[in-house]
Design a protein. Structure first.
Lengths: 350, 377
């Protein structure tokens, strides 16, 4: 058991490190055996976490987006199958093509630009709620002095590698992005690890020798560490912040702080409610059965769950116990995963 | 290292025969720059006269001049055992400690020398620099404050004392010394002090400008590149920060901040061997340093040595109960060890410490974090 646990953590470390130079195994290949999991994956939120500037559906749908930020003005226009990002100050202007669009677009999209061999995170982002551009989170307080500074925040290679590491598959070797072998979006191998040997072994009828670790067996704590490599672990936020409402979007941190969190109870694990192979958010009634696994008269009361029964309702639990918050400037309501009795007027709990 | 050859040559008068010739030749070789010959000669002599402190000290000086400081230290220590308190040998020993980053040991010897020779400015400044590099700011302030009078205006003392005051968060006193330095015109030291003052109030972009200028004016100014790197790291430019830290190590391989932060960066990049090398060096300069030990513990955890990490983290927390990051990592360790209650306790402690830290922030309200619940229908 101890050895298996070590192997699991080694696997997590391996996936963290990423770095296989082989081609990505297409989802269709995995679908040969794992049909149920593969069927909806290409349309899932995870699979659409990144697109090139040319392929971004948001940018395709918007021939022209504009934004004024003091002495600088911004424009993203669609020209000949790609989008050009321009920042102007008076008569001066700087135009670069949008290289990459990060995010599905359900909340918004931020763009990665290149200029003279350097990467820049766009100073303005697209937000779905306003169907327009606004400051990228964190950029509002900055005061650029030059057009280049106004273009966006210069982003070093390690940070760029982190961005691609969480928004694409098979992209990062150490701190270098391997565009040759990269596939935009989170596909099977992003979580399950390199599958080429596994596929080859299956073809020869020797699946046992190349068995991939079963992520479904991870404990809640292990799963949080696994998903937290991108969605941020409790340890990351607790030691590095941010504290306050800005951390509402880091779900593993929030849920770990919930009273009902139990490190070893899979009923509170990320995948207890979310299927990463399909669409993310479901109607609130969908989650009632998940809550009822602990909070119902017949529930197994093992683990952490003293599991009180709600005196108010047995329906739409999340609408009361997982309130939604807007991060200032994000134009999006985020569900707070710190499950609790949220009393009116009480402060946001860290 | 300070040459003691001429002084000790006089001592030869009392010796005779074969050993005298050997030592004479060794000293001549030393004086003519034939260090290898001198080392061989001193060693040959010491086989015959192992209790001769002068020859042993000369051997130390020769070894030190070859960069063999560890071997030199052995010889100086032996010499001082035979002839305790010799100021020349003590100074050489302290310098060898200083060169090898044994700043704590160097400071002890410099302190002793300073007590015996309070007017020796070289000893005073070396002692002060040891204390500054070791992070012993309060000791340094106590040492230099009596010397810092309006009448006596020594820029080096102003700089060392001002740096210690700013790093010890005594900004008002530090600022007064900084003003004195700035009145002498633009200087790299002035920019370095100004930068550290700005960092202490969280003005990283402002600090960056000062550090950049300090490095521009004097790329070899001790600790300037390391501070520049820290400001770059705080603003997210870790690539530039790494270059600055490496530049600092070119000047001073024993700079604590450069070693610590390069260790942090290497750990982040999962280069654990490299990280361990830097962190060991940081601990060598500041033995028992909690920040370096914490980083080492996180490497143990990342390498799957969970029990080792537990022991290290528990030790750190015993010494520093409010070290939040250590509690964070210890919680992870306990969960991996299936010690749920301990993990839960550590997590609760972290939340409490973070809440206390937030309450200390300027403008903190009783309910500082996000205001009232905004429940969406």
């Amino acid at each position: 058991m101890k050895r298996a646990r070590r192997a699991l953590f080694a696997f997590i470390a391996l996936v963290f490190a990423s770095g296989a130079a082989a081609e990505v195994t297409p989802v269709a290949v995995c679908a040969g055996c794992h049909r149920e999991q593969s069927q909806g994956q290409p349309d899932s939120n995870m699979a659409k976490a990144l697109s090139s500037g040319a392929d971004s559906s948001i940018l395709k749908q918007h021939a022209r987006l504009t934004f004024n930020a003091g002495r600088f003005s911004y424009e993203i226009v669609r020209v000949g199958g790609r989008s050009l990002y321009t920042v102007r100050e008076g008569e001066e202007k700087l135009t670069v093509p949008v290289a990459w669009a990060f995010g599905l677009g359900s909340a918004g999209q931020t763009f990665l630009l290149t200029l003279n061999g350097k990467w820049y995170e766009s100073r303005v982002s697209y937000y779905k709620a306003i169907d327009d551009l606004d400051y990228t989170l964190g950029a509002r307080g900055l005061a650029p002095h030059t057009l280049t500074e106004a273009l966006g925040r210069e982003t070093g290679n390690p940070e760029v590698a982190q961005c691609f590491g969480c928004h694409s598959t098979n992209s990062v070797q150490g701190i270098v992005v391997d565009f040759e072998h990269m596939t935009p979006g989170i596909l099977c191998e992003s979580c399950h690890g390199p599958a080429a040997k596994h596929v080859a072994a299956i073809k020869t009828g020797d699946a046992k020798t190349a068995e991939l670790p079963r992520l479904g067996k991870l404990s809640a704590e292990e799963m949080f560490e696994f998903c937290g490599r991108c969605h941020r672990t409790w340890a990351t936020i607790a030691s590095q912040g941010p504290l306050g409402v800005e951390n509402v979007r880091f779900q593993p941190y929030r849920l770990t702080n919930a009273k009902c969190y139990d490190a070893y109870d899979q009923r509170i694990s990320c995948v207890a409610c979310h299927d990463p192979h399909s669409h993310g958010q479901q109607p609130s009634a969908f989650y009632d059965s998940k809550c009822a696994r602990c909070h119902s008269a017949g529930a197994n009361a093992s683990g952490n769950a003293k599991a009180q029964l709600c005196p108010v309702s047995e329906k739409d639990c999340v609408s009361c116990h997982m309130p939604r918050y807007e991060i200032p400037g994000a134009h999006h309501m985020f569900t707070d995963h710190q499950i609790r009795i949220a009393r009116a007027g009480s402060p946001y709990p860290n | 290292m300070l040459p003691l050859i001429s002084f000790f040559a006089a001592c030869l008068l009392g010796w005779s025969g074969q050993s005298e010739d050997i030592l004479k030749r060794a000293i001549e070789a030393h004086q003519s720059g034939d260090i290898a010959g001198a080392i061989a000669g001193y060693r040959e002599f010491l086989k015959l006269q192992p209790g001769n402190p002068e020859a042993r000290s000369n051997l130390g000086a020769a070894l030190a001049s070859q960069g063999q400081y560890e071997d030199a230290i052995v010889e100086y220590e032996k010499a001082l055992k035979i002839a305790p308190g010799n100021p020349g040998v003590s100074l050489n020993l302290a310098l060898a400690y200083y060169k090898t980053g044994n700043l704590g040991k160097a400071a002890v010897v410099f302190e002793d020398l300073h007590a015996k020779q309070p007017g020796n400015n070289q000893v005073l400044l070396l002692l002060a620099d040891c204390l500054l590099q070791s992070g012993e700011y309060q000791k340094l302030i106590a040492l230099l404050t009596p010397l810092n009078t309006d009448a006596g205006h020594d820029l080096a003392i102003d700089y060392l004392l001002g740096s210690a005051l700013i790093r010890d968060k005594q900004l008002e006193r530090g600022q007064r010394l900084l003003d004195k330095i700035l009145r002498n015109g633009e200087s790299p030291e002035g920019h370095l002090m100004m930068g550290t003052a700005k960092i202490s109030v969280g003005d990283y972009p402002g600090a960056m400008e000062d550090f950049r200028r300090a490095v521009e004016l004097n790329p070899k100014l001790p600790s300037a590149n390391a501070w520049y790197g820290q400001a770059q790291m705080a603003t997210g430019d870790t690539g530039a920060a790494a270059k600055s830290f490496l530049a600092e190590l070119q000047n001073n391989p024993n700079d604590y901040d450069a070693n610590l932060n390069l260790g942090v960066l290497a750990r982040r990049d999962q280069d654990y061997d490299q990280a361990t090398r830097y962190l060991n060096r940081a601990q060598h300069v500041r033995p028992g340093d909690l920040r370096a030990r914490y980083q080492m513990a996180t490497i143990e955890l990342a390498r799957g040595k969970v029990e080792d990490a537990r022991r290290s983290l528990e030790g750190i927390i015993q010494e520093s109960p409010n070290f939040t990051e250590a509690h964070v990592s210890l919680a992870t360790v306990y969960y991996r060890l299936k010690r749920k209650q301990d993990g839960d306790r550590e997590r609760a402690l972290v939340l409490k410490l973070n809440a206390e830290e937030q309450a200390k922030q300027p403008g903190a309200q009783p309910a500082p974090n996000g205001g009232p619940e905004k429940k969406i229908p």
